[in-house]
Design a protein around this ligand. Structure first.
Ligand SMILES: NC(=O)c1ccc[n+]([C@@H]2O[C@H](COP(=O)([O-])OP(=O)(O)OC[C@H]3O[C@@H](n4cnc5c(N)ncnc54)[C@H](OP(=O)(O)O)[C@@H]3O)[C@@H](O)[C@H]2O)c1
Length: 306
């Protein structure tokens, strides 16, 4: 599987992919590559103006090469408003979407933010990075044909999940709040696969992480702690996005897999199957988080067999 690049992506013509947080960083890169490979990409973004600027640049680059055998029949981009830190917005997005999609990429996320809350009163990292995507996936799960990709981070290894998901009874530490949310992403992705399999569905749930990639989100935090955790030079967004793209498109990917870079400490490199922490594979913890997430969001999953 090593040395896999964007050139290995199968033809995406006829496929529809939702990418959350598609206006920046890894989401913008994944959108560009998928659109160039022929997919229709629904860019689910909170800032629609920023998203439209990215969408226009991608669509015009595709139009400039139109006529070449590579880009004939590509479907381009569509921008839709989605604020994962507001469950009303998540519901409105799901209600406004027509028909089925092939892939949902839960990419959007905030990192290392000062203490704050979402519109529904959740701590900002767990609310935006886990509870919002949990609700979104639950509302769409019976309309996703091929797979759900959930983007985590190597920092999930620092995460601890107890009953205090919203940091009401612990001293707040922003990178630990981020790490908790990224551990939640993995527990969610693996539990979703168990539920899909249990319902006899062929839709896959796959986790991915980009290693360390130089994006806005990664650059925003200039604290010593942030620099220490990033741990050395970052790879390009193009390389970082490969894990997401592999998880979203490679034919051999198994449900319940985690895809990350093959380099030292999974910080950089080409996509490969990686192991996540033992805690992330704790099925009891995953079931409890699922129950809590349903209670907090009010979204109860009903996974229908196809
Ligand atoms: N870069 C890395 O080294 C690294 C490492 C490990 C994991 N990751 C993960 O990779 C994913 C993408 O991050 P990135 O590095 O590409 O960062 P980024 O450039 O900051 O992109 C994050 C995206 O998420 C969007 N977003 C944030 N809050 C949102 C909300 N409430 N509703 C909808 N969208 C929201 C942002 O929108 P705005 O532009 O409106 O803020 C932006 O489009 C994240 O899940 C992150 O945890 C990144």
């Amino acid at each position: 599987m090593t040395r896999w690049t964007a050139a290995d992506i199968p033809d995406q013509r006829g496929r529809t992919v939702i990418v959350t947080g598609a206006n920046s960083g890894l989401g913008a890169e994944a959108t560009r590559v998928l659109a160039e490979a022929g997919a229709k990409v629904i860019m689910a973004c909170r800032n629609v103006d920023a998203a439209r600027a990215v969408a226009d640049a991608i669509d015009s680059a595709i139009a400039d090469t139109a006529g070449s055998a590579d880009t004939a029949g590509t479907a381009g981009t569509e921008v839709r408003q989605l604020d994962l830190a507001d469950l009303a917005s998540v519901r409105a997005f799901a209600e406004g979407l027509d028909g089925e999609v092939d892939v949902l990429i839960n990419n959007a996320g905030v990192m290392g933010m000062p203490k704050g809350t979402t519109a529904d009163g959740f701590e900002r990292h767990i609310g935006t990075n886990h509870l919002g995507p949990f609700a979104l996936t639950g509302l769409l799960i019976n309309r996703v044909r091929d797979r759900v990709v959930t983007v985590s981070s190597g920092l999930h290894r620092l995460g601890r999940i107890r009953d205090d998901l919203n940091w009401e009874r612990r001293r707040y530490q922003r990178w630990l709040a981020y790490a908790q949310s990224k551990l939640a992403n993995l527990l969610f992705a693996y539990e979703l696969q168990r539920r899909l399999s249990g319902a006899g569905r062929h839709t896959l749930s796959v986790a991915a992480h980009p290693g360390v990639a130089a994006t806005e989100g990664q650059r925003r935090d200039t604290s010593l702690q942030g620099k220490f955790l990033a741990g050395g030079p970052a790879q390009s967004p193009e390389m970082g996005a490969l894990s997401l793209l592999y998880a979203a498109t490679a034919p051999g990917v198994q449900g319940g897999a985690c895809i990350g870079p093959d380099g030292f400490l999974q910080r950089n490199g080409h996509p490969t199957l990686v192991r996540s922490s033992r805690t992330s594979r704790d099925t009891t913890l995953a079931a409890r988080l699922w129950e809590q997430s349903e209670q907090l969001t009010g979204i109860r999953y009903t996974v229908e067999p196809l």
